[in-house]
Design a binder for this molecule. Sequence first.
Ligand code: MG
Length: 219
Amino acid sequence: MRILLNDTHYTPEKIIGVGRNYDAHIKEMHATPTGEPVLFIKPPTTLCSLSEDIVIPTRYGSVHHEVELAVLISRDGSAIDENAAMEHIGGYGLALDLTLRDMQSTAKKKGLPWAIAKGFDGACPISRHFVAKEKVADPHGLAISLRVNGETRQQGTTAQMIFRLPFLISYISRFFTLKSGDIILTGTPSGVGPLRAGDRLGLSLEAVADVETRVVAGT
Ligand code: MG
């Protein structure tokens, strides 16, 4: 899938997920803060439009919603200095970091990777149109929320992020060269939970996106 920003199309080569970036979510997962960002990769085949029906797998246990601020990289870089990091951002969007939670829990217990739990086809519904960074005064002060069938399940603000964007971009680019078009998912506030076929979702990120969509069963 291509992302549109200011009439330019971007084709992501990778999506870098940040785990455990909100305290309240760490607590609800009974996880421990790590001192450094927890990173994982979602392949580009996870991308699909957030404004179309969200197709979830039905055979592998629960699929959890994680609503997240998504950052589009518009300038290549590796070992990016924190002071220059914001210059590598093109804009902002809204994403769902869909997670096969039962499969992830089993993998964690066995000390195995989360690759399938985070990387299955369609695991990253995302805004097709991103908002230019110049139009977002402060990416660390945006209300973010998710409603399921009219009930608020996740509600937070990006001010609650433990690791902020300049540090994340600098840290990530030590290990993964960031290419124009790549996307960073910045972590989710608390309130994650299972999605079911037929659920109607309302997702909102202040100044960036306001989307209604629904969940349908896949295979
Ligand atoms: Mg997440």
